[in-house]
Design a protein around this ligand. Sequence first.
Ligand code: UFG
Length: 329
Amino acid sequence: MTILVTGGAGYIGSHTVLYLQQQSEEVIVLDDFSKGHREALHDVKLYEGNLANTVLLDKVFQENKIDAIIHFAASSLVGESMKKPLDYYENNVLGTFQLIKKAVEYKVNNIVFSSTAATYGEPKNIPILETDPTIPTNPYGETKLAIEKMLRWSYEAYGLNSICLRYFNAAGADPEGRIGEDHTPESHLIPIVLEAALGQRDGMKIFGNDYPTTDGTCIRDYIHVLDLAQAHYLAVQKLINDGGCDIFNLGNGQGFSVKEVIETCRKVTQREIKADIAPRREGDPAQLIASSKRAKNNLGWQPKYNQLETMVQHAWNWHSTHIEGYGSK
Ligand code: UFG
């Protein structure tokens, strides 16, 4: 199969590219390197540019016989989206609109879309089911939800098959340490805690300890980035074999509080990590835990690295050997 991966140089994208290469699939990456890293890619056919560049999109579709698209390319910071909503609509919704238009034009009928738990907003029930209400509390979640709907209507009208994968909190890194997570600036919990363990920052802040949870800190469902990669591959296979249009949650169904994550990082790194209580971060739901039963039943997905300690260990292997990340930004 030939699979086009947009945003293939990003954190989840690059792990998916590596996974697909290990399955001996042909991979083409389209990335504008606004956030992604060239060093995360090896032996891959690369097109550099943005989805808004329709001339480049024509070139990609004309030069390759693409069987499926895995679409990661997007702006994905919740906090930033609150300050720059129109940038998010432009990059995410308009960018995907161009991609979908070209997919329909060139009859590339299968697309797996990188969606998010942020489509739910503040959940009514735990664990969260795909049928639960979607009321995003930030523009990032709104743009992802808008794209899900664009895909649903494109299926109805043009027969464009799609699977939207709503992931919870991606964590970990390639177990062999070849690639990992490198955001600038970093805003995600586990890399920040590990940077504190490495002495790259004085300590870290726990955003709020007055949530209605067991220890007062926010609870999240962490999922290994390679388990996400596996799900994308299974979703592509499902579309090629059965077609259709569907949405699946991807998580482990187990919640960990911010304090529990920090404790796990202390255990794995054997280092002291200073953590101070700070005010809540705007827009953070108290608790997000997925029910991934449908992904397991329909895709045959089985997370392989479902222990938080394993995720932290893999992330630590990467961070402790790549102090400057990929060193390119
Ligand atoms: N947190 C801290 N201190 C920090 C960083 C994070 O206490 O320095 C807390 C946050 O407040 C939150 C938890 O750790 O309670 C996890 O925060 P992350 O930023 O790592 O992840 P989020 O749950 O905010 O966001 C993730 C993805 C988003 C996605 C969202 C879906 O990064 O892209 O899940 O809910 F939209």
